[in-house]
Design a protein around this ligand. Structure first.
Ligand code: B3K
Ligand code: ZN
Length: 848
């Protein structure tokens, strides 16, 4: 789109199939940094029944050198979005030669350069920046690719066909949409392994990295092999090519990309070593490798008809990677961490100006819809479906999905239909989860009479611009009942809410039970119920709800402190202290019960309750609660800390990570009592990044971080990924009145390369996430972020647009903050030449 034309809105309802089949694609790349030539030879066949016979090929920023049909030169009509051309009404061969400029491609979409290597990112609509093509996911074809370039490593999708000095040829037999195309060329080294599939196929695996990163490959490779095996064991899905390649790149807009047979990863999402990566990094890497690998079936073999169906592949693949992590590690801990993440990222989206259904119905820039709603709520919807139909029916429905739709570009209707056909159930009401925006609120009342306990539920989804008139949804509510002595009198049952108001009775009880509602967080809703949290924290058999009880007590205590100046609640302190010192519980789980609801989430809770949030007061309450907890468990801390040091050689497994998580939770409390002495000792002796970084955080918080920061920088200045941590940590740990200055000073550091998305996010992303710092009363935080977004937009619209969401919560705050944010939004919106990506985001946020 030319920058000055009005953005166009695309609607789901307008879907029309492409009028031609693509039988084969041959591409030749002659690589040169500023003048790469791309020659395409594509067999098209007009569809006899096509309603739209226009031959339109997408193309953006391409210099067309020549075009031919069946060998005869043609002169297509060019626009900023592509070309149209008169074509025969019989199968024909289209040939085109274009020139592109990878070296100038800072948007990191299409073919670009990163640290001297060439790589690509085509999802969602990047292939049109490489050559003229029907760049839509429902056009699938096999691809043959020849790469000419002086690089030792030349990779594309599929299997290698042949190679020689300065060239390589690849063929991908599996028909795929262009968004899964990939090419890599560079001086890379390979970490190799092999895998034999359950079908007996020998697969050569390689992880390609820049020289120097060889020592960070082993974990990612093992995660890949574990994922391949898991998908065979659990879903019966085997890999389908002779090679599987992964490439790590430094400049990448997101985590990773599932290109067929050639996954491209942000280096931060694949490279790991004990010395440079934290336990959290390892777990994230394992999950992302699994996610991209699982896309081979859910996304690649079965893809999306159009981009509105994005959740078809993303929701399902997130759900699958969560199952994998639960199996590899601890299921309750994974569930707790996913719910924390859902509430922190998806709930604000669903309850603010950017709210959209899991399957959106319109967009201007599809890259703006790779959201927590599509991904994480999309995965929750699949979890609910599985809960409702049961594990066996879920497995049968998935088998049917793979059988019926292999090789196709599908819709949510296709997905729902396999469940209907498997179970005979009418899922039309359930389907509202895909079309309605907003987080349902479920209010509960209960009564007890003559031995019968009754739960009455009311569901209500607040209306939004995206869904002005929400209808009742199918909500699976997992419930258990505990007797007055704490013993479970009714094991978990799934109640199906389908109406606005609905009651469920449980007869034959001796005494009024205590309910445990929404066990395992069985639906992505807000539960309004004054639960007996202290009791549940002590007795619930459901690990999620036990954690939730601690969290609820902590939340109530924090809100009372913020609004009424109350001291931290004794029931919360006692309950958490009990869990903390209960050695029968998993250390990772105990560490989670200590974590308080995030400050931004408390602001949302206050706003929902009609109180204007004061970020400084929220920060102060958080601090007071942490201090009070440290005091409460002071006697136990040295023992707890000592008991959770790991002597064995470092392993990033669940057991060791859990131990370190609890040990470091103890450290952060200890630091409040000993001023940082233990943290300094840990920093001095740390042999892995988890211990080193945790110690460094505590030293900064204790106000004695300067020497350690300098030492850390000297030790790690050669390592980009570790330095991202160094940038981020200083912002995260800054005091509110210092956060903007800290971030600003870091942007002046010689290693602050703002064009690198990882470094930009580490610094400015961390700042936007620093609740009290970003929302500083004088508006300096808003101005700082807006300035950087304006700077970044012309260079990298996608990353800029994504970070605009920091402003989405503006309505929660007081009128002065609200108008300061509006002023910054207007200033961004009025920037001449603002990208389509950022324009759409700002407009949606402004018009809430
Ligand atoms: N499918 C990619 C995301 C592409 C994002 C484009 N803006 C990674 C993933 O979800 O696995
Ligand atoms: Zn994905």
């Amino acid at each position: 789109m030319p920058k000055d034309s009005a953005p166009q809105t695309i609607y789901l309802a307008d879907y029309t199939p492409f009028g031609f089949d693509v039988d084969s694609v041959h591409l030749t790349f002659d690589l040169a940094p500023s003048a790469t030539r791309v020659t395409s030879r594509i067999r098209f066949a007009p569809k006899p029944d096509a309603t739209d016979k226009t031959f339109f090929l997408h193309g953006e920023g391409l210099s067309l050198i020549s075009a031919k049909i069946d060998g005869e030169p043609v002169t297509p009509e060019l626009t900023a979005e592509g070309l149209t051309c008169a074509v025969p009404n019989v199968p024909f061969t289209w040939e085109a030669e274009v020139q592109i400029d990878p070296a100038a491609n800072t948007a990191l979409e299409g073919l670009y350069q990163s640290g001297g290597m060439y790589c690509t990112q085509c999802e969602a609509e990047g292939f049109r920046k490489i050559t003229y093509y029907p760049d839509r996911p429902d056009v699938m074809s096999s691809f043959t690719v020849r790469i000419n370039g002086p690089h030792p490593v030349l990779l594309s999708n599929g299997n290698p066909v042949a190679s020689g000095d300065g060239w390589a040829e690849w063929h991908d037999p599996w028909p795929k949409p262009a968004y899964l195309f990939a090419l890599v060329a560079g001086e890379l080294v390979a970490h190799r392994d092999t895998f034999t599939t359950m079908e007996g196929r020998h697969v050569d695996l390689a992880l390609y990295v820049r020289p120097g990163d060889e020592g960070k490959c082993a974990f990612g490779m093992q995660a890949l092999k574990d994922s391949m095996k898991w998908d065979e064991d659990v879903y019966g899905r085997a890999y389908d090519l002779d090679v599987f390649n992964i490439v790590a790149v430094d400049d990448f807009n997101m985590g990773a990309m599932e290109n067929k047979g050639l996954n491209i990863f942000n280096a931060s999402a694949v490279l790991a070593s004990a010395e440079t990566s934290t336990d959290t990094n390892f777990e994230r890497i394992e999950a992302i490798i699994a996610h991209e690998y699982f896309h081979n079936w859910t996304g690649n073999r079965i893809t999306c008809r159009d981009w509105f169906q994005l959740c078809l592949k993303e929701g399902l693949t997130v759900f699958r990677d969560a199952q994998f992590t639960s199996d590899m590690r601890s299921a309750p801990v994974k569930r707790i961490s996913d719910v924390i993440d859902l509430r922190a990222r998806q709930f604000p989206e669903d309850q603010g100006p950017l709210a959209h259904p899991v399957r959106p119905e319109s967009f201007q820039e599809i890259n703006n819809f790779y959201t927590a709603t599509v991904y994480e709520k999309g995965a929750e919807v699949i979890g609910m479906l599985k809960t409702l139909v049961g594990d066996d029916a879920y497995a049968r429905a998935l088998d049917l999905y793979f059988d019926r739709h292999d090789g196709q570009a599908c819709t949510i209707e296709d997905w729902i239909k396999v469940f209907e056909d498997t179970t005979g159930r009418d899922l039309s009401q359930f389907k509202r989860w895909y079309s309605q925006a907003g987080t349902p609120r479920v209010a509960v009342e209960d009564s007890f009479e003559d031995g019968t306990y009754t739960l009455t539920f009311r569901q209500h989804t607040p209306p939004s611009a995206a869904t002005p008139d929400p209808q009742p949804q199918v909500i699976p509510v997992a419930v258990g009942l505990l007797g007055p002595d704490g013993a479970e009198v009714l094991g978990t049952q799934v109640l199906e809410l389908t109406q606005d108001r609905q009651s469920f009775s449980f007869p034959g009880l001796d005494a009024r039970p205590v309910p445990s509602i929404l066990r395992g967080f069985s639906a992505p809703v807000v539960l309004d119920y004054a639960a007996n949290d202290a009791f549940l924290l002590a007795h619930d058999t459901d690990p999620f709800n036990r954690w939730e009880a601690a969290r609820n007590l902590g939340k109530a205590s924090l809100l009372a402190a913020i609004t009424q100046g109350d001291a931290p609640d004794a029931a919360w302190l006692d309950g958490v202290a009990g869990i903390l010192t209960d050695a029968t519980l998993d250390p990772a789980y105990r560490a989670y019960t200590l974590s308080l609801p995030g400050q931004s989430q408390l602001a949302a809770d206050l706003a929902n309750a009609g109180t204007t949030p004061d970020p400084d007061a929220i920060w102060a309450a958080h601090e007071a609660h942490r201090a009070a907890l440290a005091e409460r468990v002071a006697d136990a801390l040295p023992g707890l800390y000592a008991a959770h040091q790991v002597d064995a050689p470092y392993a990033p497994d669940a057991e060791q990570s859990g131990k370190r998580a609890l040990g470091n939770a103890a450290l952060s409390m200890l630091t409040r009592l000993d001023g940082g002495d233990t943290a300094q000792a840990q920093f001095d002796h740390a042999s892995n990044m988890t211990q080193q970084l945790s110690a460094l955080s505590n030293l900064i918080r204790a106000g004695r971080g300067d020497a350690a920061l300098a030492q850390f920088e000297a030790q790690w200045k050669h390592d980009r990924l570790v330095m991202d941590k160094w940038f981020g940590l200083q912002v995260m740990e800054a005091r509110p009145d210092d956060a903007a200055d800290t971030a600003t000073a870091l942007t002046k550091h010689s290693d602050f390369n703002w064009k690198n998305p990882n470094r930009f996010r580490a610094t400015l992303g961390a700042f936007a996430a620093h609740h009290a710092g970003f929302h500083a009363k004088d508006g300096s935080g808003y101005t700082l972020l807006a300035n950087w977004l304006i700077t970044l937009d012309p260079v990298n619209p996608q990353t800029t647009a994504r970070m605009c969401s920091a402003f989405q919560t503006w309505r929660r705050y007081d009128a002065i903050r609200g108008s300061m944010i509006q002023k910054e939004l207007t200033r961004i919106a009025e920037t001449p030449g603002l990208s389509r990506d950022t324009t759409e985001m700002i407009t949606r946020i402004q018009n809430a």
